[in-house]
Structures are given as structure tokens and as C-alpha cells.
Design a protein around this ligand. Structure first.
Ligand code: ZN
Length: 269
């Protein structure tokens, strides 16, 4: 029996080995269940929030959460709970981790001239959760995946160390080009379905490209972790063009303008 078990195990290992080394379409594989993803996401967010300076202003948080949930409701994966938090960081960026934890930098809100531009980046981040891109990364790192399953189990101190190493290496949050472009597409579709003008996405990329030319340091992290902006503009233009006609809300909203004015007011203080 024991021999049989070890035979099964080594066969499984071989199958996984050939599967993971011989298959070029890794981006659609996720070996984890939703509950494992949520457990991992909760631990990861707990660790990462120790390193972030979160903003606890209810006006700012409520606005971002409302906008995020509006996009989540029409997303292709709205059966899990998403959270949206604001980070006091001037870099123009946002990020999401498995399990639906999304973080939006203050620098991004500053940079956005319209609600639609801001929604495009939040929609992109939701797209990473919808596409399960973080868990695909975990799956691709098979060995770590197994260690992760152990970490999520019985040994919390090992789990903490494991989470810190995951964060440091960026294994979960550095997605490949295919995943990034898929997140762009999902984000644009969510905007359309939520009644938010998807042209904000194109506008955001165009502004990003302009800042890139000027070498703005606030853009360094978003540019280094995403495909060339020219490709994103080209793809977004095509996706938007192919969407069925729809009447969208105005590019910006009263609540967005109120938020921007409020942020300016508290900045001056
Ligand atoms: Zn991304």
C-alpha cells in the first residue's frame, strides 16, 4: 500500500513536472480553491498592511469603495468579497492581491482628472482578481505553491515568514504581459457594464505615456510593472471600438469633484 502511495505521488510529481515545464499556456492554470485563495489573501493583506500607510478618512475611503463595488457588481467574479483601501503614497499606482484586497494610492486619485480615468485603474486591478492572476503565479511556482498550502495550514509562524518572502519577491503581484492585457480588457468591459465611459481608460494611458516621456518618477512603478503603454493604448482602443453602443454617465461625477476638492482642502492644512 505504501509503495503504491509513493508510486502515485511520484507519478503525480512527474505529471506536474512535465505539465509545468512542457506547457506554454500557463496563464490559465490555477490549482487553488477559492477558499485557499481567500485564506492566502487575508494573510498576505495582513502582512502587507504593516508596511503601508493606509488612510482612514471615511470620506476618501467611502468614495473609493463605492466606485470599486460598482465595478465589482458587474465583474465576472462578484461572488467573493472585495475591499478597497487608500494608501498615502504619491506614486500613481494601485494594486490588488488574491482574495479581492485592492489598494489605491493617493497619487493615483491626484493624477486622475475624471472619475472614468480613476475607474479604469481600479477596474484593471479588479481584473487581476477576476483573472485569478495572483493564484496563477502561485501555481506556476509549484514548489512554493505546496509550501503555501502548508503555510495556510497548521503552522502560523512559518506562514508569516512565508508571506513576508512572498511579498519581498513580488511573486504574486508581478504578472506577465498576457495577464496585464487581460486585466485591461476586463477593466474596460466592467466600465462599460457599469455605465462608466471606458474612454477614460484610453485617456489615462495617453496621460501615462506623456508623463513617461517627461520621465516623471511618480510613474516609475506603474510603468515598470506593466506592458509598454503604446501597446495598452492600441489594445484599449480596439476593445472600446468593439463594444456595443451605450450611453454612459458623464466622464466625471459630482462625488468625484467633491472628493478632489476635499483632498485639496486637507492637503493645504
Ligand atoms: Zn496590472
Amino acid at each position: 500500500m505504501l509503495k503504491f502511495k509513493s508510486y502515485i505521488r511520484s507519478s503525480l510529481f512527474l505529471i506536474l513536472f512535465f505539465y509545468f515545464t512542457g506547457c506554454s499556456q500557463l496563464t490559465s492554470i490555477n490549482m487553488y480553491s477559492t477558499s485557499e485563495e481567500i485564506a492566502l489573501g487575508n494573510r498576505y493583506s495582513f502582512q502587507i498592511e504593516k508596511q503601508l500607510q493606509l488612510i482612514y478618512d471615511p470620506l476618501v475611503n467611502d468614495y473609493i469603495n463605492d466606485l470599486g463595488q460598482r465595478l465589482v457588481r458587474v465583474s465576472k467574479r462578484n461572488n467573493i468579497k472585495y475591499t478597497f483601501k487608500v494608501v498615502n503614497d504619491p506614486a500613481v499606482n494601485a494594486f490588488a492581491i488574491p482574495g479581492g484586497h485592492c489598494y489605491v494610492n493617493l497619487g493615483l486619485i491626484d493624477f486622475a482628472d475624471t472619475e472614468s480615468e480613476l475607474a479604469s485603474v481600479i477596474g484593471h486591478e479588479i481584473g487581476h482578481v477576476v483573472g485569478e492572476h495572483g493564484m496563477e503565479n502561485m501555481t506556476k511556482q509549484n514548489i512554493i505553491g505546496i509550501a503555501g498550502a502548508i503555510a495556510l495550514g497548521s503552522n502560523p509562524s512559518f506562514g508569516e515568514e512565508f508571506m513576508s518572502s512572498l511579498i519581498q519577491t513580488g511573486i504574486i503581484t508581478n504578472y506577465g504581459r498576457a495577464a496585464e492585457l487581460e486585466a485591461d480588457k476586463l477593466g474596460i468591459e466592467q466600465m462599460h457594464d457599469a455605465g462608466i465611459d471606458p474612454n477614460g481608460s484610453k485617456k489615462f494611458f495617453e496621460k501615462l505615456a506623456m508623463e513617461e516621456k517627461e520621465g516623471s518618477s511618480k510613474m516609475a512603478s506603474i510603468l515598470s510593472t506593466h506592458p509598454p503603454t503604446s501597446i495598452r493604448i492600441k489594445k484599449a482602443t480596439k476593445i472600446i471600438k468593439d463594444l456595443p453602443p451605450k450611453k454612459y454617465d458623464d466622464l466625471t461625477s459630482k462625488s468625484f469633484q467633491d472628493l478632489k476638492e476635499y483632498l485639496l482642502r486637507i492637503k493645504d492644512k
